[in-house]
Design a protein around this ligand. Structure first.
Ligand SMILES: Cc1ncc(COP(=O)(O)O)c(C=O)c1O
Length: 416
C-alpha cells in the first residue's frame, strides 16, 4: 500500500470500478461527470456492500437480542470506527451519524446553540458559506436574538483574514466556516481561524463537506470543536453524514431530536438521555448507508487522500489554463494553488443555465445556478454561475471535452 500510494493515481483503472461512468448518452456521448461537488458517484464496492448488507446482515441496530441484530450492530459500529480513524478523532463516541452536513450543522445550531447563545451574542460566518451553514444560524438568531455576522472576502475569493481580528470579539460564541468553498473552491486556513477564534474564547465549527472527501483530515491537529460532512460527497450512499464534536461539548449538549434509542430511561414525567453517541441518534439511524460509507472510506484510504488532493489540483490547474485561453470566460475564485477541485465560471452573455444545457448535449454534466450560496453570488455581483467540480476518477481528457463543448456553445451563440 505504501509503495502504491507514492505512484500517481491511475484514473483509467479506477474508473472501471464505477459502473455509472461508462454511461453513453444522446446516442454517442460518453458521460463526462463534472458535478462532484453536488454529489459523487459510487464504486462497485460500495454498491456491493449495500446489497450484501440487505441480503445477509440486515436488522435494526442496538435493539434486538438476536443474531442478525448483533451482526448489523457490529457493522454499523465498525463504520463509526472507520470514520473515527479517517478523521483522526480521539474517541469513537464523538462520531455522530446524521443525515448529512445539513443535518449535522442543524444539530449544533439547535442543541448547542439554543443552550449556549443568547441576545447580543454573535455567530461569525464567512461570505462564502453554503446555505446549510447560514440558514440554521439565521434560525438560531430568530429564536435567541443573537446576531449573525459575515467575514468578508477579497476580489480574488480569499477570506480577508485581517478583518477577522476585528470581527471576532468577546461577543462571538462560534465561528462557522467552510474548509473549502463549494463555489470558489477556495481552501480556507482553518487552523489559523481556529487559533484566532479560540484566543477570543469562541468555538469553531468546520463545514467540511468539500474537504473531507478530497484531502487528509485530522480533527485533532485542526483544533476545531465541531466538524460536519456528508457521505454522498465521498463515494458513500445518500442520507448519511457525520457530526464530529469534542466529547466534553457533546456531553454537555442537550439531545436534539427525541425518540427511541436516545434515552436511558423514560418516565411519565420526563426522561434521561443516553450516553454518546446514542444521545444524538434518535430513532432508527441510517444503518445501511453508514455501513456503505465505511466501505467508501476503505476505498478512499486505499487510494490515499494526499494523492487525490494532488491529482485534483492538477485537474484544476489544467481547467484554469484552458478556460482562460478560451476567452470570454471569467473564472471565480483564486488561483489554482489556493483551490480544491472546483472551478466555477461565467461566460460572457450566456446565462449559466444555457451553458449547462449546451454542455449536456456533449455529455458534460456540470452544475448551474447559485449553488446554495446566494450571499456569495451577490458579493460577486452575479446571480448565477456554472461549476465544474472534479474527483479522482476524472481525466485530463475530460477537461478537454468540457473546454471544447464550451467553445461550441460560444460558437452557437456566435460569441467567440
Ligand atoms: C460546503 C457545503 N456545505 C454543506 C452542504 C450540504 O450538504 P448536504 O446536502 O449533504 O447536507 C454542501 C452541499 O453541496 C456543501 O457544498
Amino acid at each position: 500500500m505504501a509503495v502504491a500510494q507514492t505512484l500517481p493515481l491511475d484514473p483509467a483503472r479506477l474508473r472501471k470500478d464505477f459502473p455509472i461512468l461508462s454511461t453513453v448518452l444522446h446516442g454517442d456521448k460518453p458521460l463526462v461527470y463534472l458535478d462532484n461537488a453536488a454529489t459523487t458517484q459510487r464504486p462497485r464496492a460500495v454498491i456491493d456492500t449495500l446489497v450484501d448488507t440487505y441480503e445477509k446482515h440486515y436488522a435494526n441496530v442496538h435493539r434486538g437480542i438476536h443474531w442478525l441484530s448483533d451482526q448489523s450492530t457490529d457493522l454499523y459500529e465498525e463504520a463509526r470506527e472507520k470514520v473515527r480513524r479517517f478523521i483522526g478523532a480521539p474517541q469513537r463516541h464523538e462520531v455522530i451519524f446524521t443525515t448529512g452536513t445539513t443535518g449535522a450543522i442543524n444539530m449544533v445550531a439547535r442543541s448547542w446553540g439554543d443552550a449556549n447563545v443568547g441576545p447580543g451574542d454573535e455567530i461569525l460566518l464567512t461570505l462564502m458559506e453554503h446555505h446549510s451553514n447560514i440558514v440554521p444560524w439565521h434560525q438560531l438568531a430568530e429564536r435567541t436574538g443573537c446576531r449573525v455576522c459575515f467575514a468578508p472576502i477579497d476580489d480574488d475569493g480569499l477570506l480577508q483574514l485581517d478583518a477577522l481580528d476585528e470581527l471576532i470579539t468577546d461577543k462571538t460564541r462560534l465561528v462557522a466556516v467552510a474548509s473549502v468553498s463549494n463555489v470558489l473552491g477556495t481552501i480556507n486556513p482553518v487552523a489559523e481561524i481556529v487559533r484566532r477564534a479560540h484566543a477570543a474564547g469562541a468555538l469553531v465549527l468546520v463545514d467540511a463537506a468539500q474537504s473531507v472527501p478530497h484531502e487528509p483530515t485530522d480533527v485533532a491537529s485542526l483544533g476545531a470543536d465541531f466538524v460536519a460532512f456528508s457521505g454522498h460527497k465521498m463515494l458513500g450512499p445518500s442520507g448519511v453524514g457525520v457530526l464530529w464534536g469534542r466529547e466534553a461539548l457533546l456531553d454537555a449538549m442537550p439531545p436534539f431530536l427525541g425518540g427511541g434509542s436516545m434515552i436511558r430511561r423514560v418516565r411519565l414525567d420526563g426522561f434521561e438521555p443516553a450516553d454518546l453517541p446514542a444521545k444524538f441518534e434518535a430513532g432508527t439511524p441510517p444503518i445501511v448507508s453508514a455501513i456503505g460509507m465505511g466501505t467508501a472510506i476503505d476505498y478512499l484510504t486505499a487510494i490515499g487522500l494526499d494523492r487525490i488532493h494532488a491529482y485534483e489540483q492538477m485537474l484544476t490547474a489544467r481547467a484554469h489554463e484552458q478556460l482562460e485561453a478560451l476567452g470570454g470566460v471569467h473564472i471565480l475564485g483564486p488561483a489554482p494553488e489556493h483551490k480544491g477541485g472546483i472551478v466555477s465560471f461565467t461566460v460572457e452573455r450566456i446565462h449559466a443555465h444555457d451553458v449547462a444545457q449546451l454542455l449536456d448535449r456533449h455529455g458534460v454534466a456540470i452544475r448551474a445556478g447559485h449553488h446554495c450560496a446566494m450571499p456569495l453570488h451577490k458579493r460577486l455581483g452575479i446571480t448565477a454561475s456554472s461549476r465544474a467540480s472534479f474527483y479522482f476518477y476524472n481525466t485530463p481528457e475530460e477537461i478537454d471535452v468540457l473546454v471544447e463543448a464550451l467553445r461550441a456553445a460560444k460558437r452557437l451563440f456566435r460569441r467567440d
